[in-house]
Design a binder for this molecule. Structure first.
Ligand SMILES: [Zn+2]
Length: 148
């Protein structure tokens, strides 16, 4: 669909998925601000390293499920391309449930080569988990938070 910007963060088995600390901080802050609604962002960068996020507009209507409108997705991907980045993943929040993909999440995920992130606010502190879609199921993947 968007071959020019579509990255492959799991292409190299020996490279752990990475996210810059400043991106994690922004995702937690913006996800918390959106509560009690869900929040979602595209994640971009190079190789296996996420260096930038592109949030969906909060005016997008119903945020009880994580959803991108076609035009909004195309706009965010165009921005990723203009910045010379690749699209590496998608994050959404679970305001009141654990950081485990729901059956709806699984049914709506169409980019198995990308990373799938869930940020949960159900506990005392936010929990961020990364998954990879392999053969019809989500698998938990380790990741590293880079300083800065
Ligand atoms: Zn979900």
């Amino acid at each position: 669909m968007f071959p020019a910007v579509l990255g492959e963060p799991f292409a190299n088995k020996h490279t752990k998925l990475q996210m810059e600390g400043k991106v994690v901080k922004r995702l937690v802050a913006e996800g918390r601000e959106a509560l009690p609604n869900e929040y979602t962002a595209l994640l971009a960068g190079w190789g296996s390293r996420i260096t930038r996020h592109h949030p969906a507009s909060p005016a997008g209507g119903d945020r009880h499920s994580f959803r991108w409108s076609g035009p909004e997705l195309i706009e965010a991907l165009a921005c990723i391309g203009q910045e010379g980045h690749c699209w590496l993943g998608v994050l959404h929040t679970h305001p009141s449930t654990a950081a485990i993909p729901s059956s709806v999440d699984a049914a709506n995920w169409h980019y198995p080569q990308l990373s799938y992130w869930i940020l949960s606010f159900s506990g005392q502190t936010p929990v961020l988990r990364a998954y990879q879609w392999v053969d019809g199921s989500f698998f938990l993947r380790p990741y590293e938070i880079l300083p800065g």
